[in-house]
Design a protein around this ligand. Structure first.
Ligand code: C5P
Length: 225
């Protein structure tokens, strides 16, 4: 899947003023914006409208996980906001993932619906405790649920792309670093390394939002590719 606009900036601010100040400093031709639980819980669709008005496409990162009917209704609400991308937890199972896809169809939405596989924060031990199998096995199980429900792609570590063996799908990958600061990520990769492993879109937060010149930082990443 080819798309030159490969960067999704994670807008992880706790207030709308800081978020919009950052938005004013960058150009929508360079990136899309990820809105997560923190801003959406506080400001709701208003934050989506404010960012749409400034010309950006939005990935609404709410990682829905509930009974199929509830997820169907939540997805219908989300798609009505004209977002570019939405995600669900694949550990909600096949019926839940299919319900999310049905919502997309019923809304005649062009949004991309992607599934979170095993969270990158989960270790083998965590997966054994939660799912009764190691992380790799759990990744494959969730991949199969996503493929059966025909979702558009996966959120995963770039290291997991090969294991997922789904090369027609979109891969959205966090844990990207430009300089030598891993923050709270266990493993980090540069944009070039992540793309070489098969990432379609790179989710980058603090490396851009904490930069003194976010616009130059974005342009520098594209030059490095
Ligand atoms: O600042 P940083 O680049 O680490 O931001 C990463 C973003 O990616 C955060 O918004 C975080 O919630 C998100 N993330 C994710 N899935 C993961 C790991 C991080 O969506 N497995």
């Amino acid at each position: 899947m080819h798309d030159d606009k490969k960067i999704i900036v994670a807008l992880d601010y706790d207030n709308i003023d800081s978020a919009l100040k950052f938005i004013e400093s960058i150009d929508p031709s360079l990136c899309r914006i990820k809105i997560g639980k923190e801003l959406f819980t506080k400001y709701g669709p208003n934050i989506i409208n404010c960012i749409h008005e400034r010309g950006f496409e939005i990935f609404l990162d709410l990682k829905f996980h509930d009974i199929p009917t509830t997820v169907y209704k939540a997805c219908v609400s989300a798609f009505s906001l004209n977002i570019w991308m939405l995600n669900i937890h694949l550990s909600g199972g096949y019926d839940m993932a299919s319900s999310a896809m049905k919502a997309k169809k019923d809304c005649q939405s062009d949004s991309k619906l992607i599934g979170v596989t095993a969270l990158t924060s989960l270790s083998d031990n965590d997966c054994i405790k939660i799912y009764g199998c190691k992380r790799l096995e759990q990744l494959k199980r969730l991949r199969d649920i996503g493929l059966d429900a025909n979702i558009d792609g996966f959120v995963c570590s770039p290291h997991d792309i090969n294991t997922l063996e789904a090369n027609t799908k979109i891969f959205v990958t966090p844990g990207i670093r430009i300089k030598n600061n891993a923050h709270d990520h266990y493993k980090v990769l540069t944009p070039v390394e992540a793309l070489q492993l098969g990432s379609t879109y790179l989710v980058i937060g603090r490396s851009i939002t904490e930069s003194l010149n976010p616009s130059e930082e974005l342009k520098g990443i594209y030059q490095s590719l």
